[in-house]
Ligand binder design. Structure first.
Ligand code: COA
Length: 693
């Protein structure tokens, strides 16, 4: 057909083979090849039935996302799908790897679907800011009902083959030889077509549908794609098929061109790019089978959970029996919560806990391939621990520090093997947060960095690689953000106003509510540590110090930026905090003024963008998209905005300059202006598809 699609005929079965590595995305060439192949098979008298199958590990990962930035060239996927349905001969989808998005829509156009046991199917389009645009919202409800389809499409769920079989999303499992089993299935159809477009939508009451829609919407926080997906699925029960299809396609095209969808595509590619480090290509990761975690506090236990969940064995080490006991209780409680919420079974919990080797003897780490220290964030404690581990760890073991601020190189120098030391900065709660900041020290060997990247993949985290510098990437950006917000307090705003503006912008929580949750004393300690080196002429807001001195350490002490009367989880504005803020303004001779939400948002985010430009110039971060990914995956920056640099790239250049000037003036002495404009070019798509003809 063309070099992406070919036909092999065997005993009256035509195998239409999709061969578009690496993931068989439905590019223009693939669609053209498929259309031509179906037409040829239709007219070939030697063909009785057709099997569509992937050449290698994958059926089809979806539409080619690279094509979404420009008008999509004909033939588009609906034409391929119509050709399959219109074809008089039965067509079977033989699914290996993944049939996602347009790939599953292609499968839904077929007369039957068979999949290997390890395959996943689903319509995850909403995660990329669009809805299925090739009939998925109309054919899936005909197969599994409107309410189930709302849940699956509205959340972008991926369904493993066994579950898909149970729900009717596929018709058969191929435990061996997919090609042979698919041919048997095609023959068994005896020339009959089973078109989903002709099927009736299974009857359901409006209440059941409404319930599914309400539950899905509740989690979507107004996400336009989810809203549109639900509306489109509902049309399966109310509109003629052809009309609903036209409306689905129109909604898809409209959403494809939105800023949200562009941001999500950008992050999709950013995520894949992040794991690449140019100058370690070819370095081979060391094998990691046994992991040691030192410190069974909240962080250590969270880290242990990540590895246990990935099926590894973890030695969990503490200084004394009481701390170890408390850590093990934390671990069991975390698993108990997972069982209670139905996420795992009792058996899974038991098997994961059986992979924990608790000890108060550091020497049990002697056979670990990777040791992660997660002890108290204090240089002296970490230094002496690193020296101790150096004497215990086997040669070739990777030793990682979970430090979020401290100088990794100084820690590495404590050991006789600095090249085996790397930073693995997890974010709390470690078992939930998707980001892993990998710190590459001056001495870290390429294969140690490769090991860290491979470990990140194994435990399902998005890695970003940072060089050593105060706060690395994430915390340095966050400090700039928080500092700007604190300056705005001195100038006239209050915490609740700043938090509300940033939540309306899309942050999961505002900076002051976050600080209360994690405890103000962490930042307080850091400030004390840095006090000696701080330029006395630099602007410094001491409001947080004053609050801490007054015993306001955050939610855990019942008050912080906010008050938490009677153990409330949501803080309420507090007069004492207001008084401390107003006093700070007075002491600095600042006349308080009204700061509107637009100023809050622009100053807060441009401050991050400026710091990002500085750390890119210093080589702390490899690329702008890593910075955006860090903020989105680690700090609750809204996905729909793509990250601070992606956002800044969409400001008018003069507006960006204006806000940077405002920040420069407000920070004053010592302010460093980064070349934000030079760093805000969004990541280019991997390939530029042909323009519409
Ligand atoms: N369009 C274009 N490129 C795609 C793609 C798509 N739909 N899906 C994956 N790719 C590319 C990736 O960018 C990556 O390219 P790179 O090697 O140049 O970085 C390559 O294919 C491999 O993808 P990766 O995700 O690293 O492979 P994997 O084996 O870990 O995972 C999938 C495979 C299919 C599970 C995963 O790629 C995926 O989830 N894809 C998106 C599915 C989707 O959302 N489809 C709906 C589209 S609207």
């Amino acid at each position: 057909m063309n070099d992406r699609v070919r036909i092999e005929t065997q005993s009256a079965i035509a195998f239409v083979i999709i061969d578009n590595p690496p993931v068989n995305a439905g590019s223009w060439e693939t669609r053209s090849g498929l259309l031509a192949a179906i037409e040829q098979c239709e007219h070939d008298p030697n063909v009785a039935a057709i099997v569509v199958i992937g050449a290698a590990r994958m059926f089809m990962a979806g539409a080619d996302i690279n094509e979404f930035d420009v008008p999509i060239r004909d033939p588009q996927m609906p034409a391929v799908i119509a050709a399959i349905e219109d074809c008089a001969k039965p067509v079977v989808a033989a699914i290996s790897g993944a049939a996602l998005g347009a790939g599953y829509e292609l499968a839904l156009a077929c007369d039957a679907r068979i999949a290997t046991e390890d395959a996943v199917v689903g319509l995850p389009e909403v995660l990329l800011g669009v809805i299925p645009g090739a009939g998925g919202t109309q054919r899936l409800p005909r197969l599994i009902g409107v309410s189930r389809a709302i849940d699956l499409i509205g959340h972008g769920r991926r369904v493993v083959a066994r579950e898909a079989l149970r729900d009717g999303m596929i018709d058969a499992l191929a435990t061996e030889d997919l090609r042979k089993k698919a041919a048997q299935l095609a023959t068994s159809l005896k020339g009959e077509k089973h078109r989903l477009r002709d099927a009736l939508v299974p009857p359901e009451t409006e209440a059941v549908i409404e319930d599914a829609a309400a539950k899905t919407l509740a989690q979507a926080k107004g996400d336009r794609a989810v809203v549109a997906a639900i509306a489109s699925v509902r049309k399966a029960a109310t509109l003629p098929f052809a009309q609903a299809l036209v409306e689905e396609r129109a909604a898809f095209h409209e959403l494809r061109q939105t800023r949200e969808a562009a941001a999500k595509r950008y992050l999709f590619f950013a995520e894949r790019e992040a794991a690449r480090v140019a100058d370690i290509r070819g370095a081979k990761a060391r094998t990691v089978g046994r992991v040691g975690v030192v410190g069974a506090g909240t962080m250590g236990v969270g880290i242990a959970l990540c590895f246990l969940d990935a099926g590894l064995t973890v030695s969990l080490v503490e200084r004394d029996a009481a701390s170890l006991e408390a850590g093990l209780e934390r671990l069991s409680a975390a698993y108990r919560r997972m069982v209670d919420s139905g996420r795992i079974s009792d058996e899974v919990m038991a098997s994961r806990l059986a992979h924990v080797a608790p000890s108060i003897d550091m020497h049990t780490l002697a056979d670990a391939d990777l040791i992660i220290e997660a002890v108290f964030e204090d240089m002296d404690i970490k230094r002496s621990l690193l020296r101790e581990l150096d004497g215990i760890a086997r040669p070739g073991a990777v030793i990682a520090s979970n430090t979020s601020y401290l100088d990794l190189d100084a820690l590495a120098r404590e050991t006789s093997r600095p090249s085996d030391i790397v930073g693995l900065h997890f974010f709390a709660p470690a078992q939930i947060m998707g980001l892993l900041e990998i710190v590459r020290g001056a001495y870290t060997a390429p294969d140690v960095l490769a090991t860290a990247l491979s470990v990140a993949k194994e435990i399902g985290k998005t890695p970003i690689v940072a060089r050593v510098g105060e706060g690395f990437i994430g915390n340095r950006l966050y400090s700039a953000y928080r500092q700007q917000c604190e300056f705005m307090l001195e100038e006239g705003a209050f915490p609740e106003q700043i938090d509300a503006a940033l939540v309306a912008f899309g942050f999961a929580m505002g900076p002051f509510a976050v600080a209360d949750l994690s405890g103000l004393d962490i930042a307080w300690r850091t400030r004390q540590r840095l006090a000696a080196t701080r330029d006395p002429k630099a602007r410094y807001s001491d409001v947080l110090d004053r609050l801490c001195e007054a015993g306001r350490l955050g939610q855990k002490s019942g008050k912080g930026w906010y008050a938490y009367p009677d153990g409330a989880r949501r803080g309420v504005p507090d007069d004492e905090t207001r008084a401390v803020i107003e006093d700070a303004s007075r002491r600095k001779g600042v006349t308080r003024r009204t700061i509107n939400d637009a100023e809050i948002i622009h100053r807060a985010i441009c401050a991050i963008a400026n710091e990002a430009a500085l750390l890119l110039a210093e080589g702390i971060s490899q690329r702008p998209s890593d910075v955006d990914l860090a903020m989105v995956r680690g700090y609750g920056f809204p996905t729909r905005e793509g990250g601070p640099l992606f956002w800044a790239a969409r400001l008018e250049p003069q507006e960006l300059r204006r806000w940077l000037a405002v920040i420069a003036a407000c920070v004053g002495h010592g302010f460093r202006l980064g070349d934000v404009a030079a760093t805000v070019e969004p990541l280019a798509p991997a390939a530029t598809p042909p323009q519409s003809t």
